[in-house]
Design a protein around this ligand. Structure first.
Ligand code: ZN
Length: 120
């Protein structure tokens, strides 16, 4: 799967996915900021005794998890784009065999073939 047409297809898809992930990360950061602002509000400041404070902590953890997930996704996408650039995209990092294009289409940031991924 080393041909140029496929590389163009995956570069386009990864670029679009990256833009989406950046938007997600920024939206999460804004949402986390909103929760922090809400916690800073004197009415909701007492985390220990105010049930709403605890809810905000949980919400903060959830949003922060999503934000970190989006950042990880950006890293994976950047790594995939780098593999396209150096010609190793679509080659399993474990066994060195080409990864079937159906798998790459389903998961454009995949670095292993299905047998290697399930052999972890
Ligand atoms: Zn493999």
């Amino acid at each position: 799967m080393a041909d140029a047409a496929n590389h163009a297809e995956f570069t386009d898809r990864l670029t679009a996915l990256r833009a989406q992930a950046v938007r997600d990360a920024l939206a999460r950061r804004e949402a986390v900021g909103g929760v922090i602002a809400a916690r800073g509000d004197p009415a909701g400041a007492d985390d220990e005794h105010d049930p709403e404070g605890a809810t905000l902590s949980t919400e903060w953890s959830r949003l922060e998890g999503l934000r970190l997930g989006a950042l990880r996704e950006i890293e994976e996408i950047d790594a995939a784009l780098a593999r396209i650039a150096d010609g190793s995209y679509g080659v399993c990092i474990r066994c060195g065999r080409p990864i079937p294009i159906e798998r790459m289409r389903a998961r454009p940031t995949a670095v292993t073939c299905v047998p290697c991924a399930s052999a972890v």
